[in-house]
Each structure stands twice: as structure tokens, then as C-alpha cells.
Design a protein around this ligand. Structure first.
Ligand SMILES: Nc1nc2c(ncn2[C@@H]2O[C@H](COP(=O)(O)OP(=O)(O)O)[C@@H](O)[C@H]2O)c(=O)[nH]1
Ligand SMILES: [Mg+2]
Ligand SMILES: [Zn+2]
Ligand SMILES: [Zn+2]
Length: 390
């Protein structure tokens, strides 16, 4: 799905779709970006959940724009501007060739934030192995990555819990997705939106109104399964280590089956569709270190090897082997129903296992140095499917 789909544009922030003629223009000239020239933008503020009055002030929006060769003359300062913004949420629209949303879903505590943070970290370190470069789409995205992930990782502190918006507030605005531009070896640039969708909110209709457009327009959905949420696994982990992570896990009010069902419902009601969903679904076990470190649960097989893709090029064979191994484990752990549900509802399903941190965070200790294992696999699988990497 292109950002410019015929004459329609999709905003990568609010995921509304509108005709090109409705694009709005904000002045980005030196005169209009001076603090004294800024104007309150209540639409932007509301959508981005901004309460600080100073941050609500943005440069002038041109009321009756007449674009010429990608520029519009500002009626306030007379300069030309090329900054296009979304008519719904007033976010700056990226100028890339394609816009790809990756939705990460799962119950609270399943590891979504660590996954997104360590995935971006790996991509920044190793995408050059595929002849690709990566950068944050906007300064705002770079700052969000630094505040939410880079700083806590380097200070070895626990990531803050994902912000819970007030009732009826805009959940997307409260926890804006991070946007990265990846330029491939043919110099095509695509904007990737990493959207962390807390599954516990899917029952709240007001919240779903904001989340549904994202999920429905995803290029892939990554559903995280927390091993400590699988009774057979949790019982073993507790018996091996009564004070370990499973013993102190929080009890979730939603199960991973419910998260999957809610997601299916959200997509069908938003797209007014039925039948199998054509968005690839990657089901990934998070916290895989817990399984590998368990004498009883540790499987044999390729999944215990490091990810080969950055080192030796994308390996479809490794991906297929990991997927069947994880699927086998799910059957062994009495999750056949979940597997069946996923396969019935989605045309393409792949199973993965990864560790974002590489080790358990022990209560009262600082976070271990991050040594991720296989976090990049689901994302690289998607890039391969979309023929962005070969
Ligand atoms: N052992 C282990 N624990 C993890 C890993 N990733 C996350 N966790 C634990 O899971 C907790 C919740 O993770 P978080 O990413 O905040 O979950 P979210 O609520 O889905 O965003 C963290 O505080 C860690 O204790 C991992 O790779 N290994
Ligand atoms: Mg989170
Ligand atoms: Zn928008
Ligand atoms: Zn101006």
C-alpha cells in the first residue's frame, strides 16, 4: 500500500485516508518558525495529547493553499513552504515512496516495549548488512526513541510502563508511534511506523476508534506471546525457580487468545470485511531466554542458534525451521486451539521466538546489558516477503 495510493493519501500518524486536494500546508520559513510567530494549533495539541501551552504553538497554517511544483506561498510571511500536514491531526506528512505500519500487539507485560526498542536498536546497528540505511523520519521520532529506549537502556533502568491515557483520550496521541525511514540498495525509501498497541484496550470502543485504522492498515501484525502466560510453561518455570519471573508475574485480565480475537474483530469492523485476513501475522514468543535457560523446557533445534540473517543474508530455511519448531512447542504446551485460531483467521502465519533483553530482570537489580537474540527475525521476514531484502 503506497502512501500515495492513486490520489489518496494516508497519514502515518492518525491513519486517516483523504484525497490529495485536502492536504494542508504549514509554513516552515525562518520568519514563521520564530517563537513569537507561532500560533496555537488546538487540533495538533488534541491529537498529540499535548497539555503544555508552549508546545501547542506551531507555525502558521496557510488557509487557502495554491501548490505550485510542491511549494505554497505563505500568506503571513510571503515565503514559500513545502511542509505538508495531515488535515485530520496536523502531523507533518513524510515525503517517502511508501508507508509501512508494523503493529505490535499483546497483553500488558508481554514485552512489547522492549521488543520495539531493541528491534530499532538492532536495525540501526545491522541493516547495512542488506545494503540498507536507516534514520528517524522526524526529530520527534528520534527524541522519542532516545527518551523511551536509548536512555533507559544505557542507564540500565527498566522501561517505563506504557502510558495509559484517560478514559476517552486519544491513546495513539498518548503513546505516539516511532517512525523510521529505511532506504534500500535501490535507493527507494520507505517509512516504517512501529505501533505498540496495548491489547488490554481493545475492548474499549473509544480507544479502538484511534487504534483500528492503524491495525487495519498494517503491513504486518506481530503478536507477542509471553511464555509465562502459558500455564504449562509457567508451572514448569515456577517449579524450577519459585522466586523467578513466573512467580511474580502479574495476572492479566485478557488472554492471548482474546487479544487475537479482538484484533480480528477490530480489522473486520473497520474494513467492513470478512473471511481470512490478508495481513501477515507473526506470532512471537517474547522472553525466550526464560525457555532456553530452563533445563526442562529448553528445546533442541535451530531456534537455539543465533539469528543467521544479518550475518549470512536472509535465510528462508532458518525462518521455516524456527516456525515449525515453535509451532511444535505450542502444540506440546497445549495451545493447539490458539494455533488453529490464528491459522483460520489469517492467510499467512509464522511463528518466532526471541529475547529482547537476553536475560531476566531480577527484582531490585539494574537491568542487564541488552543482548538481544532473534528480535530482528519477524521484521526481516516481512522485508523479505515484500522483496525489500532478498
Ligand atoms: N526475561 C526476559 N524478560 C523480559 C524480556 N523483555 C521484557 N521482559 C520483562 O517483561 C516486562 C514487561 O516488558 P514490557 O516491554 O514493558 O511489556 P509491555 O507491557 O508489553 O510493553 C519487563 O519489565 C521485563 O521484566 C526479555 O527479553 N527477557
Ligand atoms: Mg509497553
Ligand atoms: Zn493524521
Ligand atoms: Zn510563513
Amino acid at each position: 500500500m503506497g502512501l500515495f495510493d492513486f490520489d489518496k493519501v494516508i497519514c502515518p500518524y492518525c491513519y486517516n485516508k483523504f484525497p490529495k486536494s485536502q492536504i494542508m500546508w504549514r509554513c516552515n520559513s525562518g520568519k514563521c518558525i520564530r517563537p513569537a510567530a507561532l500560533e496555537e494549533d488546538s487540533v495538533y495539541a488534541e491529537y498529540h495529547n499535548i497539555t503544555n501551552p508552549a508546545e501547542k504553538r506551531k507555525p502558521h497554517i496557510i488557509p487557502d493553499p495554491k501548490p505550485k511544483k510542491g511549494f505554497v506561498k505563505c500568506d503571513k510571511c510571503g515565503d514559500d513552504t513545502n511542509m505538508q500536514i495531515c488535515p485530520v491531526c496536523h502531523s507533518v506528512l513524510p515525503k517517502t515512496d511508501e508507508n509501512i505500519v508494523i503493529s505490535v500487539i499483546g497483553v500488558p507485560g508481554s514485552g512489547k516495549s522492549y521488543y520495539v526498542g531493541t528491534l530499532i536498536r538492532q536495525l540501526r546497528q545491522y541493516m547495512s548488512a542488506f545494503g540498507c540505511s536507516i534514520k528517524f523520519t522526524t526529530d520527534e521520532s528520534r527524541r522519542m526513541y532516545e527518551d523511551r529506549f536509548e536512555t533507559p537502556f544505557s542507564k540500565r533502568i527498566v522501561l517505563p510502563k506504557t502510558k495509559q491515557p484517560d478514559e476517552n483520550a486519544n491513546i495513539v496521541g498518548a503513546n505516539l508511534p516511532i517512525l523510521c525511514d529505511i532506504t534500500d540498495d535501490r535507493l527507494k525509501t520507505r517509512t516504517f511506523t512501529f505501533f505498540d498497541a496495548a491489547g488490554e484496550n481493545f475492548e474499549n470502543e473509544a480507544i479502538m476508534r484511534y487504534v483500528a485504522p492503524y491495525i487495519s492498515h498494517s503491513a504486518a501484525i506481530i503478536l507477542l506471546l509471553d511464555p509465562t502466560q502459558i500455564p504449562a510453561v509457567a508451572n514448569t518455570l515456577v517449579s524450577e525457580n519459585p522466586n523467578g519471573v513466573s512467580g511474580r508475574r502479574s495476572v492479566n485480565t485478557v488472554s492471548y487468545e482474546q487479544v487475537l480475537n479482538n484484533t480480528v474483530e477490530v480489522i473486520h469492523s473497520h474494513l467492513k470485511s470478512k473471511g481470512q485476513i490478508d495481513i501477515p501475522l507473526a506470532v512471537g514468543f517474547s522472553k525466550w531466554d526464560l525457555i532456553e535457560n530452563s533445563p526442562t523446557l529448553r528445546p533442541d533445534g535451530v531456534i537455539t542458534n543465533p539469528s543467521p540473517h544479518f550475518m549470512r543474508g536472509f535465510s528462508e530455511e532458518d525462518c521455516d525451521n524456527v516456525s515449525s519448531e515453535v509451532e511444535g512447542l505450542l502444540a506440546h504446551w497445549e495451545c493447539q486451539n490458539f494455533v488453529m485460531l490464528a491459522r483460520q483467521q489469517f492467510k499467512t502465519v509464522k511463528f518466532f521466538g526471541f529475547s529482547a533483553i537476553g536475560a531476566d530482570i531480577e527484582t531490585g537489580r539494574s537491568v542487564p546489558n541488552i543482548v538481544s537474540k532473534r528480535v530482528e527475525d519477524p521484521f526481516l521476514w516481512l522485508l523479505h516477503k515484500k522483496k525489500i531484502i532478498i
